[in-house]
Design a binder for this molecule. Structure first.
Ligand SMILES: Cc1cc2nc3c(=O)[nH]c(=O)nc-3n(C[C@H](O)[C@H](O)[C@H](O)COP(=O)(O)OP(=O)(O)OC[C@H]3O[C@@H](n4cnc5c(N)ncnc54)[C@H](O)[C@@H]3O)c2cc1C
Length: 413
């Protein structure tokens, strides 16, 4: 019998595991509960706007090496676009001040000595304390390592870390923040180019992976929700999908790449994160002004990041639990006023959509980080994947893809 690998969950963790296993010549079957792939990173047609949008704006940095490798493998490296060198525009809504942060390409950060590249009103010495995060211990919060005050914190570290950790930075894990800084800001501007899926997440990260799997004779079963795992000794012997059950041969194995509450219900005594944080996205259907940059960081507003696409302006607000119960119209109005201020628009609010992802990511606190399991389980032929497993990174595309790769390597030995 050929060896078959079953991958449960077609989010990025499951897809990266499936692509890696299929690429190594194994037979792969992906089981996905939803009628579509992508999980928390997907595109869909929105009736209100009459266009395809993403469930949330996703930003990747050029230092996200596993993501870029994955894109090359599935043949869509050109689908994430960004400036040739690191440059991120910011606006402070309280003062109206605008600036562009321009880290130099190499590891030696001489940009902090150049007033034209750093944040206005800062001196080079102000940037040094951030380096302490890279040596923080797993139990430390950011506010135990760093003063969460001052211009560099308010205008760079707060927006950058809030976006990366999706958790209010003072209470977030300093070690996870340090890991992000080590692989991006501390690695130089070449690792900090902001990359965006201009034609949508589906076209860049999901659909090409499905095509690769199909070409490699992989099977993808949508609407196939795993209900229980049959365990016998130190192996799993069946996957129970309710209406059908799939027996596993002696060589077969599975990667469980589902969200933490689902994994915890399927796997006995699994330690997994139990707290989550929301992300709110707003989308406005209009052609952005020609001079609006593709990405702007907003300081001192409700809005945090503004993404400009050819046919719409979209906004991201991280750690957004406080906005979950806000009336939709009020929230859209508030966000539109800030977008109008930044983009210098005078027109009335265009057609809009608000998307609230309640459990966008696990809360990146030291306590929740300590609950993340590695890819191995007590069962020899079952591995875990997902952005919530112990990747050493917060819940990101990069973490999800690395976890999928690692689970595939763990299980295929
Ligand atoms: C709004 C938003 C904005 C974000 N912004 C960014 C960003 O800018 N940059 C970044 O790097 N990351 C960002 N992220 C995080 C990123 O999307 C996630 O880290 C990543 O998509 C997680 O992938 P995953 O495969 O681990 O999990 P998921 O995408 O959750 O995949 C799990 C899959 O398992 C399926 N499933 C669940 N139960 C079962 C079952 N019983 N049987 C079979 N299948 C099942 C689900 O349907 C789903 O498809 C954002 C997330 C959100 C929600």
């Amino acid at each position: 019998m050929p060896r078959t690998f079953h991958v449960i969950g077609a989010g990025l963790a499951g897809l990266s595991a499936a692509v890696r296993l299929a690429g190594a010549g194994y037979a792969v079957t992906v089981h996905e509960a939803a009628p579509h792939a992508g999980g928390r990173c997907r595109s869909y047609y929105d009736q209100t706007l009459g266009m395809v949008i993403d469930n949330g704006n996703h930003l990747v940095l050029s230092g996200n090496r596993a993501t870029l490798d994955y894109l090359r493998t599935i043949g869509s490296a050109d689908r994430l676009v960004g400036p040739p060198t690191a440059a991120v525009d910011f606006v402070d809504l309280a003062t109206g001040q605008r600036w562009t942060l321009r880290p130099n390409d190499g590891r030696l950060p001489w940009w902090i000595f150049d007033a034209g590249r750093r944040i206005p009103g800062t001196v080079s010495f102000d940037y040094l304390p951030a380096a302490r995060l890279m040596w923080a211990s797993a139990s430390q919060r950011i506010d135990a390592v760093l003063s969460c005050r001052g211009r560099v914190y308010e205008r760079l570290l707060h927006p950058f870390l809030l976006a990366a950790l999706n958790t209010e930075p003072p209470a977030a894990s300093a070690a996870l923040a340090g890991a992000v800084i080590r692989e991006t800001l501390a690695a130089g501007g070449a690792a900090c180019r902001p990359l965006i899926a201009r034609d949508g997440l589906g076209a860049a990260l999901i659909d090409p992976a499905l095509r690769v799997l199909e070409r490699q004779h992989g099977t993808i079963c949508f609407g196939h929700r795993l209900r229980a795992v049959g365990i016998e000794g130190d192996r799993i012997e069946s996957l129970d999908f309710g209406e059908d059950s799939v027996p596993l041969g002696p060589q077969d194995a599975a990667v469980l790449a589902v969200p933490p509450p689902v994994a915890a219900a399927l796997v006995p005594e699994l330690s997994a994160p139990t707290e989550f944080r929301a992300i709110v996205n707003a989308h406005f259907r209009l052609a952005p002004p020609a001079d609006l940059p593709p990405l702007i960081g907003v300081v001192n507003g409700t809005v945090e990041w503004i993404f400009s696409f050819p046919d719409r302006i979209s906004v991201t607000i991280s750690g957004a639990d406080r906005l979950l119960d806000a009336p939709r119209e009020e929230l859209a109005g508030l966000i539109w006023r800030e977008v109008s201020q930044v983009a210098k628009l005078a027109e009335p609010m265009p057609p809009w959509q608000i998307v609230r992802e309640r459990r966008a990511t696990f809360a990146a606190t030291p306590e929740q980080d300590a609950r993340r399991p590695g890819p191995r389980t007590p069962w020899k032929n079952l591995a875990l994947a997902g952005d919530w497993t112990a990747t050493g990174l917060p819940a990101t595309i990069e973490g999800a893809i690395r976890s999928g790769n690692l689970a595939a390597e763990t299980i295929a030995v």
